[in-house]
Design a protein around this ligand. Sequence first.
Ligand SMILES: [Zn+2]
Length: 174
Amino acid sequence: MKTRTIAKLHSFRVPQRGGSAQHSEYGRTRKGVAFCSSCGNVYHHKEWHRRSSRVLAQAKRNGQAITKTLCPACSLVGKRMFEGELVLRNLPAAIEEEVLRLVRGFGARALRRDSQHRIIAIEHLKGVWRITTTENQLAIRLAKKIRDTFKRATLAISHSREPFEVGRVNMVFS
Ligand SMILES: [Zn+2]
């Protein structure tokens, strides 16, 4: 239950730099309707939801103001930032394809459950795979899923608080 609570809070967290919280008005307090100009997600009932022309049409009919903005997830991506990072080292070539399929499937399911939970990038650099996510618990859950599925990797999980909380997971395959 604790994990879920953290994930929930973090789905609305927005990086704050130099004390400016430019998007935090769309955190948990703002009333009204907004839509993300990048992914089309819609903010209403104090949460971000998948794009919905029905909600926007309804708001228009009710005379509510509709604000154009960037949702927290797109805002992170635009700033080349992330909240979760998973690094896979020594991933054996024999299971590489299977692991990547698991990663993509996990990302797709996470997004279906919460429009703000996304895999930002899957990169391969110098023999190391790096997966970044918009939410820190997502990277940790993904790492545990890979570990439990393939049973041949060790995990090291760390959190950093600066400039905002990032969950980093290092996975080493043996
Ligand atoms: Zn968006």
